[in-house]
Write a protein that binds this ligand. Structure first.
Ligand SMILES: Nc1ncnc2c1ncn2[C@@H]1O[C@H](COP(=O)(O)OP(=O)(O)O)[C@@H](O)[C@H]1O
Ligand SMILES: CC(C)(COP(=O)(O)O)[C@@H](O)C(=O)NCCC(=O)O
Ligand SMILES: [K+]
Length: 259
């Protein structure tokens, strides 16, 4: 009756502990080394949950949990597939239409989670390592989307590929637009162009699907939500923030009997 959902992203692991259809706890962790993976799997086989790297307390499960894996990082997914009670999800397992071959399973699951919780049509904005937009219509058919470097990645790449630009943390609030020093200039350039781009996509989506929910998720969703509220309140105030969209999508696949 207990099962685990593991979504493997390009920066880290996203975990959910489920009791049937009820999501009990969620946490994130870094990637784990082989020894640690072996240790965690041994724990599961003894009916123990030992979330590592996360802030969740270990606990006893009555039974050996199933593990559902959704991954966009092949090298990481193999480490967890050795668990005998695991099942790896592909886009063919999802009750969505018109998905293209090669579409990220995280994007498809986030859409499924968002549509299930907030209704169809729906647009998801996932601010993770990459920032992705993904939209589906009222028939649960994928309409399309976009991929760009995520917030953290933009700051990091700019610093790494230039001699004079420093590494800067992702700002929590809106920086000044017309900067008079280097750090603010970087903040301004990245934050205002990224936010303007997201707004443009959302506005176009709303022209096609005026009633659609707009759902924000991913490691930088709080920052993106704050920028949107400050720059475009008509979008920011109405957008829904939900950090667990991918896990909710996995729950929906479980409910349909495919896990
Ligand atoms: N504790 C954290 N560890 C890693 N990234 C974090 C953390 N907190 C916030 N972030 C931000 O979230 C981004 C990753 O988003 P996330 O949705 O977790 O990634 P992914 O699903 O691609 O692994 C990073 O680029 C970083 O800017
Ligand atoms: C676009 C992504 C890299 C996003 O990954 P993330 O930032 O969530 O780790 C991932 O969804 C992916 O590898 N997609 C495959 C290409 C596509 O969706 O078209
Ligand atoms: K992402």
């Amino acid at each position: 009756m207990w099962w685990l959902s593991l979504s493997i992203g390009n920066s880290r692991l996203h975990w959910g502990l489920w009791c049937e259809n009820s999501l009990e706890i969620t946490w994130n962790s870094g990637y784990l080394g082989d020894d640690r993976v072996t240790e965690v799997i041994r724990g599961w086989q003894e009916g123990k949950l030992w979330p590592s790297g996360g802030e969740v307390e270990p606990r006893d499960l009555d039974g050996i949990p199933e593990l559902a894996i959704a991954s966009v990082v092949p090298e990481q997914q193999g480490r967890w597939q050795v668990y005998p009670h695991s099942r790896t999800l592909g886009i063919a397992d999802l009750p969505l239409q018109n998905l293209y071959p090669g579409l990220g399973i995280d994007r498809a699951l986030a859409l499924l989670g968002a549509g299930t919780r907030y209704g169809w049509p729906v647009l998801t904005v996932d601010s993770g390592t990459a920032l992705t937009l993904s939209g589906a219509d009222g028939d649960r058919a994928f309409v399309g989307g976009a991929i760009l470097p995520g917030l953290g990645l933009q700051f990091c790449t700019l610093a790494r590929q230039t001699a004079a630009l420093p590494e800067i943390a992702v700002p929590k609030t809106l920086p000044p637009r017309w900067a008079t020093n280097t750090a603010d200039a970087i903040r301004s350039g990245i934050v205002y162009t990224l936010t303007a781009g997201v707004c443009e996509f959302v506005r176009d989506w709303r022209r096609q699907f005026p009633e659609s929910a707009i759902v924000l998720t991913g490691g930088n969703s709080e920052e993106v939500a704050a920028y949107l509220r400050a720059i475009a309140p008509d979008i920011g105030e109405r957008a829904i923030a939900d950090p667990d969209l991918i896990l909710w999508g996995m729950g929906e696949v479980y409910r349909s009997g495919k896990v």
